[in-house]
Design a protein around this ligand. Structure first.
Ligand code: COA
Length: 183
């Protein structure tokens, strides 16, 4: 059973993403070759309404993915990214990511999600986020948090689907959502 397997690590404490399957989706660890297709999937400026910035060109996204895949300079921090593949069409539809930081009382993860406009409102982000949080739980992560703009109702719904709840904490105008995975 997946829950019994030890965490796969590349070096002391650094988690590596693994393939995760759900009913409709394959979450595949990010590879540099995903950049070209993903740049087209994520090319709608509307995706940045609540998170700032603008869509990356394929070259910019490839450079971003290269930095992400190189890993955090802090050995206590793991940068994990998956592309979301809709199995029935074999298309890339978006990404989920987790930044996992080791702590004295156990690891904590900050998670985020993005689904291309053409693929939205089909439950893809919710299904992917639930699977991501379950994977983090199997990896003994103690707490999952997300920062969500108060008007980003779609992202709030995704966080709720993954078992997170809003807290009273704000940072840079975003609300902190949180879920404890261990007592
Ligand atoms: C947030 C986001 C990932 C949701 O993706 P998605 O695949 O459409 O999400 P789901 O289909 O799982 O929908 C989740 C809920 O949001 C609702 N929803 C989705 N898009 C919506 C929209 N544009 N407006 C209002 N509600 C929306 C769905 O109806 C669903 O509601 P329900 O749980 O009550 O049924 C996507 O809108 C996105 O990528 N936004 C831009 C990036 C972003 O803001 N990321 C979050 C950073 S914190």
């Amino acid at each position: 059973m997946a829950g019994d397997t030890p965490p796969r690590t590349s070096q002391a404490g650094v988690l590596e993403p693994e393939a995760i399957g759900t009913q409709r989706l394959d979450l595949s660890p990010l590879r540099l070759e995903h950049a070209a297709e993903m740049a087209a999937v994520l090319s709608d400026p509307a995706l940045h309404a609540f998170i700032g910035g603008t869509p990356d060109t394929p070259a910019e996204l490839r450079a971003r993915y290269r930095r992400r895949l190189a890993g955090s300079p802090d050995p206590a921090v793991s940068w994990l990214t998956w592309v979301i593949v809709l199995r029935s069409s074999s298309c890339l539809t978006g990404t989920v990511q987790a930044t996992v930081s080791a702590g004295e009382r156990g690891a904590g993860a900050e998670v985020a999600w993005m689904v291309g406009t053409a693929w939205q409102q089909r439950g893809i982000a919710s299904e992917a986020a639930r699977a991501l949080v379950a994977w983090l739980q199997r990896r003994n992560v103690r707490r999952v948090i997300a920062h969500i703009h108060p008007a980003n109702s779609a992202s709030a719904a995704v966080a709720t689907a993954a078992g997170l709840a809003p807290t009273a904490e704000r940072s840079d105008g975003e609300l902190r959502w949180s879920r404890d995975l261990r007592p």
